[in-house]
Structure formats: structure tokens, C-alpha cells
Design a protein around this ligand. Structure first.
Ligand SMILES: NC(=O)c1ccc[n+]([C@@H]2O[C@H](COP(=O)([O-])OP(=O)(O)OC[C@H]3O[C@@H](n4cnc5c(N)ncnc54)[C@H](O)[C@@H]3O)[C@@H](O)[C@H]2O)c1
Length: 290
């Protein structure tokens, strides 16, 4: 059971959306919170809201794509609030475009901010937690990673988010040896600033920032397939999962059947295919005879 009260937490992407919800809820449950974000003004606003409500918080500018920036953020939060034992590696950015319509920098940004963003945070915080034999790592992936064929024109994002799920579920076994917990969040739809502000998070070396809205090739988001939950509700769900050291949190309970159907079809097809191949394969029959 990972308690929240009295701990020091860091939330990346803490200035907006899910991260903001997590930061406010962590503070409400008694944690001191390092609010880390590439948009410093938003981190400052969230830290101020926490302090105004009587909590403890420290805002930090941080680009999770840059390892030095993440390490500097860790040191600054430790100096201001104490050593961090709860990491929420949540910052991310999205795209809904065909790969053929994307530049190399478009793709690089999405892979780096999501996959390397989480990886850099784990490298910065996890070894200290393992040494202290205490702590919890939480990372935000996506339903698009859990079920990559569900949303069209989302390949780099789905790939990076599936990578985060693999990283977290595997790391969880190792972390358990040190008494460190690990939870990965796969949100469905959550109310946030992603659609309006996404391109403003894009660092200069990846061709940003710009003030355009996120480009959506497919009309998927307009379909009534996603329920968008408020971030504060999702944050409460996440912290309950952290306390119980759950491996994975899914924010949209309506997706159970579509998930099971999708994977049943995919997995049966792949196993049927290899069974059929093996049944017809002369080499295999000869090998089995000898
Ligand atoms: N909202 C949803 O429906 C949804 C669904 C699935 C997954 N997610 C994931 O949830 C996470 C949070 O997104 P959100 O929906 O709250 O969106 P949001 O746009 O409201 O928040 C994203 C935050 O990440 C920050 N950020 C972006 N790049 C950064 C960088 N390089 N370094 C540090 N901070 C950076 C932004 O400044 C922003 O504060 C993301 O990882 C996103 O992929 C969201």
C-alpha cells in the first residue's frame, strides 16, 4: 500500500489537463508536489493554486525530452521539497496524421516526447527509489497504445504509448524486488488542452512551437466513441490505483468488450496462421521425426 500523504511527488505535464488534475489531487491528499512542465507559466499557476489551498508545491520548467533538463528538475524539486518518492511521468503530445503526411521531425517529436519523456524520468528517479526501497512510478500511456489499431492515423503515438506500457509492465516486476510500485495509465478520453494547445508544446528543434490546433486527418474524435472524463475524476482513480499498486489503470470502462474482441481476433488469427504453417511445413515434420 503506497500512501500519498507526507510524500514528495513530481508530475510532468503538471501544468495542464491530466497532469494538473494529478498535481491538485496529490496536494489535496497531503503530498508536496513538484509541478514540472515545458510551459513554465502553467506550472507556476498550478503550484500557486496548490499553495493558495494550503498545500506545498514547487513549479519547475522542464523538457522531458532532454535528459539534462529532467535531471536538473529532479535536483531542483529535491532542494525545494525533499527527495521524490512518487513520480508521475505524464507529459506527452499527440498527432492524428498519416505517416506519409508527416515529416521526420513530426515523427521524431511524437516518439521522443512520449517514449523518451517517460524513459528519461524513470532513469532520473527510479534508481534513488530502488536504493531507498520505497516509492512509486506512474506513467501515462494511452488506450491508443493498448489497442493500437483502434484509432486511425496515429502510428507514431500508438507505437510510443505501447512502448510505455511494455516498459512499465516489465519494470514493475524488477521494481517490486525493491519494494517500489509501478502503475501505467491508459486513458481513453479525458478533458484536457491537448487538441487546442498540443502544437505549442513542440520544442524548436522539432519544428515548433506553433499556435495551430492539432491536425486531425480522421474524424475519429468527432465520433461518439470516446467519453471524455474530467481530469479531477481521472486523478482520483489514478491515486486509488497507486495506493493499491495496481499495474494498469483504464479510464473508460465502456471499452472492455471492444478490447477483448479486438485482441481475441488478432491473437487467434496469429496462432491459427502459425499452426497452419507448421501443419504444412515439410522441414518441421522431418525435424519432429528425428
Ligand atoms: N486527454 C486524453 O484524452 C488523453 C488520452 C490518452 C492519453 N493521454 C495522455 O495524457 C497525458 C497528458 O495529456 P493531457 O490530455 O492532459 O493534455 P494537455 O495538453 O492538457 O497536457 C499535456 C501537458 O504536457 C506538457 N508537455 C508537453 N510536452 C512536454 C515536454 N517536452 N516536457 C514537459 N512537459 C511537456 C504540456 O505543456 C502540457 O502541460 C499525455 O501523455 C497524453 O498523451 C491523454
Amino acid at each position: 500500500m503506497t500512501e500519498i500523504a507526507g510524500r514528495v511527488a513530481v508530475v510532468t505535464g503538471g501544468g495542464s489537463g491530466i497532469g494538473r488534475g494529478l498535481a491538485l489531487e496529490l496536494a489535496a491528499q497531503g503530498a508536496a508536489v513538484g509541478v514540472a512542465d515545458i510551459i513554465y507559466d502553467n506550472a507556476v499557476a498550478v503550484a500557486k493554486a496548490i499553495r493558495d489551498a494550503g498545500g506545498k508545491a514547487h513549479p519547475v520548467k522542464c523538457d522531458v525530452i532532454e535528459r539534462d533538463s529532467v535531471n536538473a528538475m529532479r535536483d531542483e524539486v529535491a532542494k525545494a521539497l525533499g527527495p521524490v518518492s512518487l513520480l508521475f511521468a505524464n507529459a506527452g503530445a499527440t498527432s492524428f496524421e498519416k505517416v506519409t503526411d508527416m515529416t521526420e521531425r513530426d515523427v521524431d517529436w511524437i516518439i521522443h516526447v512520449n517514449m523518451m519523456g517517460v524513459t528519461n524520468c524513470i532513469l532520473a528517479f527510479y534508481p534513488d527509489m530502488a536504493r531507498a526501497r520505497d516509492g512509486h512510478i506512474f506513467a501515462t500511456a494511452s488506450t491508443a497504445g493498448l489497442m493500437p489499431h483502434w484509432i486511425p492515423y496515429h502510428a507514431p503515438y500508438s507505437g510510443a504509448k505501447m512502448g510505455i506500457i511494455g516498459l512499465m509492465l516489465n519494470l514493475r516486476m524488477e521494481a517490486a524486488e525493491y519494494g517500489v510500485g509501478a502503475t501505467v495509465l491508459c486513458p481513453g478520453g479525458v478533458v484536457s488542452n491537448m487538441k487546442a494547445k498540443n502544437m505549442s508544446y513542440r520544442p524548436e528543434r522539432f519544428g515548433g512551437p506553433t499556435d495551430e490546433e492539432v491536425r486531425i486527418t480522421s474524424s475519429f474524435i468527432e465520433h461518439d466513441k470516446l467519453i471524455f472524463r474530467p481530469a479531477d475524476e481521472v486523478a482520483r482513480l489514478c491515486l486509488k490505483a497507486v495506493r493499491a499498486n495496481k499495474p494498469m489503470v483504464i479510464s473508460d470502462g465502456k471499452m472492455r468488450d471492444i478490447f477483448i474482441r479486438t485482441y481475441q481476433t488478432l491473437v487467434h488469427d496469429a496462432f491459427d496462421f502459425v499452426d497452419e504453417f507448421d501443419a504444412q511445413d515439410e522441414n518441421l515434420r522431418t525435424r519432429q521425426k528425428n
